[in-house]
Design a protein around this ligand. Sequence first.
Ligand code: SF4
Length: 406
Amino acid sequence: MTCELLAPAGSLDKLKIAIHYGADAVYFGGKEFSLRAKAGNLNRREIEEAVSYSRRHGVRTYVTVNIFARESDLSAIREFLEFLNDTAPDALIISDPGIIRMARKHAPGLPIHLSTQANTTNHESCLFWYEQGIRRINLARELSMQEIRQIRQKTSMELEMFVHGALCISYSGRCMLSLYLTGRDANRGNCAHPCRYAYAVQEEKRPGEYFPVEEDARGLYIFNSKDLCLIGRLPELIDTGIDSLKIEGRMKGIFYLASVVRAYRTALDAAMHGEYDDGLVQKLYVELDHVSSRQYTENFLNGIPGRETMRYQGPAVQQPFIPAAVVIEGGKTPTVKANHVIRPGDRLEYMNRDISETHFTVKRITALDSGQPLEKTIGGEIVNMECDHQVLFEPWALIRKRQSVH
Ligand code: SF4
């Protein structure tokens, strides 16, 4: 098996965009029982469509059932597992041993992948989970390259790891900060991300008096980790024998998804064909700098990370582009779903599957239903778009627009 690129799909549209830009497999949650409760997630009809659409495109589907369940969840989980068994995605992603046990009974036709939240850090744990019927493990994010290699040498089961996306300051996402501060439970998919907040010091006998502790003028962000990015290490990772490289971000927008999936698809293909070099990696870093991030770190890959893995300057870096539209029907005069303001005369960029650039100017926009010309879109409309340049648009590709910098 060649190394798989596994992408998040927080909605049906995102799933189609991820597939367009080269995902080999996608993962998504149902409306119930999935971490990332606010990711949109898919209802039952959408799960069925996601599985059949992906299969038609030769792409595997993994469904997350990765909450830590309470007693009151169990009967609904059993019914959901039975539904999934009938729908037949390629695997389930689970972390709770109780749900694993239930899946073996109520969804016996489906392989089980172990979520990163199970915090697997050594080959003995892998062997234990293999004996429990697990076929693939998403390794803990706290492992170094050397440890991944050692685990690989001692087990033949499928191994998966995160290569890109947000990191938790807590150990494998086992965190009570959100529940404690906001009442929203990270272990039930509802994290409010309080690790990204600014913090101050308060002296015990002076309630309400906050002493700002400033890394810089913006404040103190002691828990705010940078984002993971291992695009510069793909040949070494492939060489470890890892089976699947996973991108985090079911809650991220379509521009993030398209940009990150195509960057890793490009890197992975180049690495597998001996075409991966420093020049390409630098171009891919520039691409990844175009999506909103908290700057990048390689986290534990080189050993225990230090101060440089934290971002002290505030929550996130802003992206210079916005997704102007998604192509719904391709061709030279595409039908697009506007995502933002587009006017005739705008200079836009078609996001190719590779990272080459195709710019064009919008000549005319007409409403799909009435055929009337429009002065502009505001976002959400389905329109036909005429361009000055012969671009062959493909369905589920994105069109992006450079934001004016203030
Ligand atoms: S609060 Fe931060 S560290 Fe805790 S689970 Fe949420 S994202 Fe992770």
